[in-house]
Design a protein around this ligand. Sequence first.
Ligand code: PEP
Ligand code: MG
Length: 643
Amino acid sequence: MERTFAVRVRDGLHARPATQFVKLAKSFASEITITCNGQAASAKSAVKLMLLGIKEDDEATLRVEGEDAPDALSALSTFLQNPAAGDIALPKTGGAAPASSAKAGPEDDGSDGIAASEGTGYGPSFAFFPPVLKIEPQAVSDTEAEISRYRDAVSGVTTAFARNKQRAGTESDTNAIIDALIDVAQDAEFAEEIEAAIRGGQDAASAVMSVGTRLTESFEAMDDPYIRARGEDMRSVTRQIVLALVGQADVSLADVAPGSVIVADEITAWDLARANLPDIAGIVCRKGAATSHVAIMARAHGIPAVLGASISADRLAGAGTVGLDGAAGKVFIDPDPATRARLNDAIAREAAEKKALEAYRTVEPVTSAGIRVEVAANLGSLAEIPAALEAGAMGVGLFRTEFLFMERKTLPTEDEQAEVYTRLAEAFAPYPVVIRTLDIGGDKPITGVDFEHEDNPFLGWRGIRMCLERPDIFKPQLRALLRASVVGNVKVLIPMIADGSEVREVRRLFEECRDEMRQEGTAFGSFELGVMIETPAAVFLAAELAQQVDFFSIGTNDLTQYVMAADRLNPKVASLNRAEHPAVLRAISATCEAAKAANIWIGVCGEAAARQDLTGFFIENGVTELSMSSTSIPRTKQAITRL
Ligand code: PEP
Ligand code: MG
C-alpha cells in the first residue's frame, strides 16, 4: 500500500527527525520505501533518508509492504505530517548561537569565525590535528572472513561509542548525538554497500574508506546546513571503523591539560565525547557551523566555541596561547597583554554571573513588593525531569501530555498514563505539577485518531473539542489523573477552552469516572482544575470561566496567534505574531482582572513566560506562576528578585 502527501516536518527531515523517523520505521516488520524528488530510499536507513534531502512541503510517497503495513503507513505518515516531529533546540539557521547578554568585551578585532557557543575563553593551546588516514589496498583471499572482520570492527566501534555515552551521564543532547553516530555505524544500507564492495574484491578497510568517503561527500554537497553538517558524522564513523580494521589507535582529546583551548581543523562529536569536558576552556576550529554536533555539545556544556575560523592551519597549530569570544565569534592567537587582560576580565565577570545564577536554583523568588512567584518548568516527557530539577524548577507549570501519544504505534493505556503522571508528581513534590489534558489536532496529530482533512486545522477539531467527542480516549486520561492525584500534588489543565459548556462537560466526565472508580474500588484523589486561556473567546468569557475553575494558565503561543489572526508557524506573518503586541497584552490584562475579581490564581505557560521584558508586566497584572523551558528558569528567578 502507498500514500502520497506533503511533508510538514518543520525544516525538513534533518538529522534528529530523520533518526526518529527511522526508529519508528524500524519498529515495523514491513518493507518501507520513501520516494521524494524522484529518488527512493529505505525508511530504515537514516543515512540514505537524509541524503534524499526531504524538505518541509516536499511531496513524498510512502510505500509499505508487509503484515503491519496499515499501522506502519498510518504512524509514519502522521509523523511526516507533524511540523513538530523531532523538534530539538537547534538554532533555526546556520547562523550564530544565541548572543550573550553580557558581551565578552575584548575590543581588539581578532579573527572572525562562527559564534557557535557563547562565553569567553583563554588558555594554552592544545593542537588537535589527527593525521590523514592512508590505506593501502590489500589482497583478500577469504571474502566471508573479511566481511566478518568488518562486522567485528563495527561492533567494536559501536561498543566504544556506547561506553562514552555512559560517561557523558545524563546530558541528553550529547547522548542523542552519540546515538546518531551509532545509527550511522549500524546503518543497513551503509553496511550493504561496504559488504558488496568486499564481495567485489576490496579489503574491508578500503571498502569502508571508499563507501564512507563517497557518502561524506554526498552529505557535504547538500543544500541544507543541518544535513551538510552530518558529513562530519559520516567521516568520523568511517575513520573509527577503518582504524579498528587496521588496528591503530586514534589521537585523542582524552589528554587535554585542564584549562586548555583546543585548536583544530575539525573536531567531531566522537572526538569531543572522549575529552574531559570540564577541562576545556574553549574550542576553535577551522571547519564546522552552528549546527555542527560539536557546537551543540559545546553549548550544552557551557564551553565557549568559535567554528569556521578564518585562520590558517599552520597559524592555529603554532599558537602558544589562544583566546576566544564565543558570542562574537572572535579568536585571538597569542594575544598581547592588553587583550589578555580584557579576556581574563570577561572570564571573571562571566564566572561571577554564572555563580550568581546558580545561586538562584534554590531561590523561591519574591519581588521587592513581597510577591512570591512560582517559576516552573514546561515538560513533555519524564526524561526532561533531571534538567528541570537541576535548573531549580518549582514544579511543573505545563506537562504537555500529547507527547505521550505522539510517535507511538498505539494509544497509551490508563495504567501507563497513571504511572507517568505519578512519577512526575513524585519527582517535584512538594511543588505542584500542572498536567494538561491531551491537546492534539492542529499542528499535533497522533496515531489512533483519524483526523479528517481540515482547511484550517488550527481553527478545527483540536484539544478539548476532540477529547469531548472521543471519551474512549479522554476518559482513560481523566482516570489516570484521578489515580495520580492520590499520590502527588497534581493540578489538571484543560486546553483550547472557548466556551463554559466545555468546562461543565469535563467536570461531568470526571464525575462519571469517579462513580466508576468508586464502584470498582479504585482509589482517586482530588485536584485543582484550571483552563488554558488561549482563545479570544476565553478572554472575553474570563469572568464566567473564573467562576467554574480554580486557576487560569495563559497560553501566549496560541493566544497571540488567535488574537492577531497570525499563524504561529508561518514566518510570513511573524511580525504580527508578537506576544508583546498591545492587543495581546490587553487580552492578558483583562484575563488577569477576571482572575483577581474571582480570587483564583493565574499563571503563564506560553513561550512569553520566559521573556524578561515581560516579567514585570505579568507580575504587575497578578500572575503568580511563570512556566517555561528549564534553561530559562535561573535567569527568570533573578529577573523577578530584581523587580
Ligand atoms: C500555548 O499555546 O501558549 C501553549 C503553552 O500551548 P502549546 O504551545 O502547547 O499550544
Ligand atoms: Mg496552546
